[in-house]
Write a protein that binds this ligand. Structure first.
Ligand code: FES
Length: 104
């Protein structure tokens, strides 16, 4: 399965992501800049914040109850498609997902 990250400078990086891996782990494994994952996916850092591209936001759905308040403290501005990528697990439904990396 694949995921693509669009960087603030417009570059796109596409990588293979195994089913079940979360998209913060996948970003770190592929050296995606500005996706840090400081807390290791425990919903306590918001350094894995990304914007889900409009075409995909229906499939990821909204942020969960614990994720939602963390998005308010993310460094980059919150948008309607903001998600913490540690909470997005690769699955057949998300194969091909496109994520936009916020400006640092
Ligand atoms: S990695 Fe810390 S909230 Fe996602």
């Amino acid at each position: 399965m694949k995921a693509t990250w669009i960087l603030p400078d417009g570059r796109e990086i596409t990588a293979e992501v195994k089913e079940g891996l979360n998209l913060m782990e996948a970003a770190v494994a592929n050296n995606i800049p500005n996706v840090i994952g400081e807390c290791g996916g425990n919903l306590s850092c918001a350094t894995c914040h990304v914007y889900v591209s409009d075409d995909w936001s229906d499939r990821t759905g909204p942020a969960g109850d614990f994720e939602d308040p963390m998005l308010d403290v993310a460094e980059a501005e919150r948008r309607p498609t903001s998600r913490l990528s540690c909470q997005l697990k690769m699955s057949p439904a998300l194969d091909g997902i496109v994520l936009i990396v916020p400006q640092p």
